[in-house]
Design a protein around this ligand. Structure first.
Ligand SMILES: Cc1cc2nc3c(=O)[nH]c(=O)nc-3n(C[C@H](O)[C@H](O)[C@H](O)COP(=O)(O)OP(=O)(O)OC[C@H]3O[C@@H](n4cnc5c(N)ncnc54)[C@H](O)[C@@H]3O)c2cc1C
Length: 402
């Protein structure tokens, strides 16, 4: 193992921003996946200049650097498989500018998603990509993962909200990519290349993001189905009809049982349910969208159709969706849960087929999964707590609208 020049790093970031205690190294060796590897040292910069100096040093000494935000990635992206330096970006967490006339904000990469949205709320706007991990996920991590959330079906993923950024390159140089305007046609769209680069191309030290108005009205609907096939086909019909859902999630019987058990949601335990939402500034327009989606669900044998503008009811269901991953650990007291997430892409018209296939695989391999969502599908596996690895972890995630 190569050694790191800790005194040099201490000179750059100061004593308190360096950690090499074995317990810290162990903790920073994991994210929300099953993977683990020990870094050699953890360095927490406060400024762009410090990031530049660290990268310059690491580049010269040929030491691997892994940037890290909240450590909530599901696929081991921030696990330092070759050791080296973990660059903990949480210290750079300032919101630098909220510019209403030009409709952008500038933030440092360590800003937590929920904190950004709290700061934007008084202006009547929100930053929409927001994954379910928004309480801890940072903007830098979301950019590197091209994260998305339940409302991405209408508002897009992170890549749609990123206008520009400042990036420290591996040799320590600083580059400015993109712009502060929505339309910018000259040159390569290099800021888009950074989105989804998982920390492999450079360190994001500042991001310019767009935002959208908070809608006046939000209505959430639910339809129950006796077959996954029907629910899957309803998704294709909704998307193909020109309806504009602001959320469209398919949950299956296992996911329903898990969230009912954990959060007492009282959802009817059926083969599948579609949760859909419409939002907008005019109630009649929202009614129109919701009714359209309800009618399509009915055509596909959806039943117990229900919709509500009540924020409390919506918040309860929304929380169930947010806590789906952890809820699975309570699905069966004799099992423990772990996950290995990955992405797959399926057209809307193939949703039903994919849903059935996932169930087939799950049954054959004794996997349990976290429900099937039109935008992301998680197939979670559980291991028996008696230590017999009767089922191996596996997961698939789908982002069919990109
Ligand atoms: C409970 C839960 C629910 C989730 N729900 C969703 C969901 O609904 N939709 C979805 O898309 N994802 C979801 N995720 C995963 C989501 O993509 C991550 O939570 C988020 O993007 C990572 O943010 P982070 O700050 O924790 O980044 P980390 O996990 O710390 O890092 C993620 C990647 O970003 C890189 N990175 C971090 N900071 C920088 C930087 N400044 N410059 C360059 N690279 C950097 C890292 O090296 C790594 O490759 C969920 C995760 C959890 C645990």
């Amino acid at each position: 193992m190569k050694s790191v020049d800790e005194p040099r790093l201490r000179e750059i970031v100061g004593e308190k921003n360096i950690k090499s205690d074995p317990s810290d190294l162990y903790i920073y060796g994991s994210d929300s996946s099953v993977h683990h590897a020990m870094p050699w040292v953890i360095v927490k910069p406060d400024t762009t200049l410090q990031v530049q100096q660290i990268m310059e040093y690491a580049n010269q000494a040929l030491i691997p650097v892994t940037p890290r935000g909240g450590g909530s990635g599901m696929c081991g992206q921030t696990v330092p498989i070759q050791g080296g330096i973990i660059l903990d970006m949480k210290g750079m967490n300032r919101i630098l500018e909220i510019n209403m006339p030009d409709v952008y904000c500038r933030v440092e990469p360590g800003v937590v998603d929920d904190d950004l949205n709290m700061a934007l709320k008084p202006y009547g706007v929100f930053y929409p990509p927001t994954p379910a991990s928004s309480r801890i996920a940072t903007i830098g991590g979301e950019i590197a993962n091209n994260a998305s959330g339940v409302r991405s079906v209408k508002y897009g993923a992170t890549r749609d909200a990123v206008l520009g950024m400042k990036v420290v390159m591996p040799d320590g140089s600083l580059v400015n990519l993109g712009a502060r305007t929505r339309v910018e046609a000259s040159g390569y769209q290099l800021h888009k290349l950074m989105v989804g680069s998982e920390g492999t191309l450079g360190i994001v030290v500042e991001a310019t993001l767009s935002f959208v108005p908070i809608p006046e009205f939000r209505c959430m609907g639910i339809a129950n189905f006796d077959s996954l096939q029907d629910a899957g086909e309803a998704i294709g019909s909704i998307m193909g009809s020109g309806a504009i859902p602001s959320m469209l999630e398919l949950v299956d019987s296992i996911a329903i049982k898990a969230v009912n058990k954990t959060m007492n949601l009282g959802l009817k335990e059926v083969a599948a349910a579609l949760i859909f939402e419409a939002d907008g500034m005019v109630k009649e327009a929202v009614d129109y969208e919701i009714n359209k989606m309800k009618r399509i669900c009915e055509r596909h044998h959806g039943k117990d159709l229900h919709s509500s503008y009540d924020p409390k009811e919506r918040a309860k269901i929304f929380l169930g969706r947010k806590k789906l991953f952890p809820a699975l650990s309570k699905y069966d007291d004799n099992l423990s849960s772990t996950s290995l997430a990955d992405d797959m892409a399926v057209p809307y018209s193939k949703m039903a087929e994919m849903a059935e296939k996932i169930h087939e695989v799950a049954k054959k391999k004794q996997y349990y999964h976290d429900g099937l969502r039109p935008l992301r599908v998680g197939l979670h596996a559980h291991q028996n707590t008696d230590g017999h690895k009767t089922c191996r972890p596996m997961a698939v995630r789908q982002k069919s609208h990109y």
